[in-house]
Write a protein that binds this ligand. Structure first.
Ligand SMILES: NC(=O)c1ccc[n+]([C@@H]2O[C@H](COP(=O)([O-])OP(=O)(O)OC[C@H]3O[C@@H](n4cnc5c(N)ncnc54)[C@H](O)[C@@H]3O)[C@@H](O)[C@H]2O)c1
Ligand SMILES: O=P(O)(O)OC[C@H](O)CO
Length: 337
């Protein structure tokens, strides 16, 4: 990155999180430009400093502008942040690849896995952009967009196989109300964000059914054990799963009505079918698409995921949501905690 006081950064995706992260970067001092898919969204952000569809009531920084031109947004960017729905990343990268400035860090803000391949978002970035792995970073943590857009104090973690890249990104993605820590455990950081969504769907389901705090605490606690076993089996450090990207995000997502995954679960628990829930959600609930590929990876690695498995059964319409709670283990045999 050039050593200017105001680095120029690009954010791809003007939904809730892309817009909020752009606000974080701009309020940390970066010259920030957002890429929006829809012209009316780009116009509203640039002209009225609002993104009313995604962040109602939030005033965006005066310096923040948006455009539908990827070339204009990426030109001169010293860091690039990507926040589109995970299932659309690969096709978005086809347009980004030729326009990406040389040698700049590319940061995934996403929390899903690709349904067709089971790949994490940093792996899709690696394939789709054909850049050095050390240029790729991911940012994750207990980061509900609307709270951060309201400048409520929050921490995140930036992870890259290169500590230098993680440090450079965290230095820019920090402001008085948003603090970025760093680590080099990309696998643990990404899987933390993906897996907590699935547990949040389970929590939403039992909430919708009407079960109380004991049920939810049991699912959160056993869910963290399930998340940790899965992620460690795929190469994560256990400590990452007890950090911001694991436990931290699990707490935020499971207890907040702002969470789309939690909301989707609640609708399922109230008796709506999967297709009805998808129709009602007008924002991305990543967990719904990640269940199947995560269960596939778990099977391939010999990991039991009873809670995520039950979520999959509810989504498929094979399990009554009221029966999800007792299924915290694969068998009725007593097990060590
Ligand atoms: N919203 C949050 O609180 C939050 C926080 C942390 C991480 N995330 C993650 O950020 C990612 C983006 O989530 P979000 O909340 O911004 O979602 P969103 O639904 O609010 O916005 C998604 C954005 O991607 C754009 N997009 C680009 N290409 C698209 C395509 N082909 N199809 C559909 N939309 C396309 C949409 O126009 C929209 O602006 C997800 O992986 C999510 O898990 C979200
Ligand atoms: O709204 P959700 O469920 O996608 O969760 C948002 C963030 O990931 C919380 O950290």
């Amino acid at each position: 990155m050039q050593s200017t006081d105001k680095p120029r950064v690009a954010v791809i995706g003007a939904g809730s999180w892309g817009t909020t992260f752009a606000k974080v970067l701009a309020e940390g001092g970066a010259e920030t430009v957002l890429w929006a898919r829809r012209p009316e969204v780009a116009r509203e952000i640039t002209e009225t400093k609002r993104n009313s569809d995604y962040l109602p009531g939030i005033n965006l920084p005066r310096t923040l502008t948006a455009s539908t031109s990827l070339a204009a947004v990426l030109s001169g960017a010293e860091q690039v942040y990507v926040s589109v729905p995970s299932q659309t990343l690969r096709s978005n990268l086809e347009a980004i690849r030729a326009l990406l400035p040389a040698d700049v860090p590319v940061v995934s803000l996403m929390k899903g896995v690709e349904k067709t391949t089971g790949l994490r978002m940093s792996e899709v970035l690696l394939e789709g952009l054909a850049i050095d792995q050390d240029r790729i970073a991911v940012a994750s943590g207990p980061n509900l967009a609307l709270e951060i857009a309201r400048r409520q104090p929050t921490a995140a973690v930036v992870s890259s196989s290169s500590a230098d890249t993680a440090t450079a990104v965290a230095a820019v993605a920090t402001n008085p109300y948003f603090r970025s820590f760093i680590n080099t455990d990309v696998i643990g950081t990404e899987f933390g964000g993906v897996l907590k969504n699935l547990i949040a769907v389970a929590i939403g389901i039992v909430d919708g059914v009407g079960y109380g705090e004991n049920t939810k605490a049991s699912i959160i606690t056993r869910g963290l054990a399930e998340m940790t076993e899965f992620a460690v089996s795929l190469g994560a450090q256990p400590s990452t799963l007890s950090g911001l990207a694991g436990l931290g995000d699990l707490i935020a997502t499971c207890q907040s009505p702002l969470s789309r995954n939690n909301t989707a679960g609640r609708l399922l628990g109230q008796g709506y079918r999967f297709d009805e829930v998808v129709r009602q959600m007008n924002q991305t609930a990543e967990g719904l698409a990640s269940v199947a590929p995560i269960l596939e990876l778990a099977r391939a690695n010999g990991v039991d995921m009873p809670i995520v498995g039950q979520v999959g059964e509810v989504l498929a319409g094979r399990l009554d949501p009221r029966n999800i709670a007792p299924h915290l283990t694969e068998t009725d045999e007593p097990q060590g905690e």
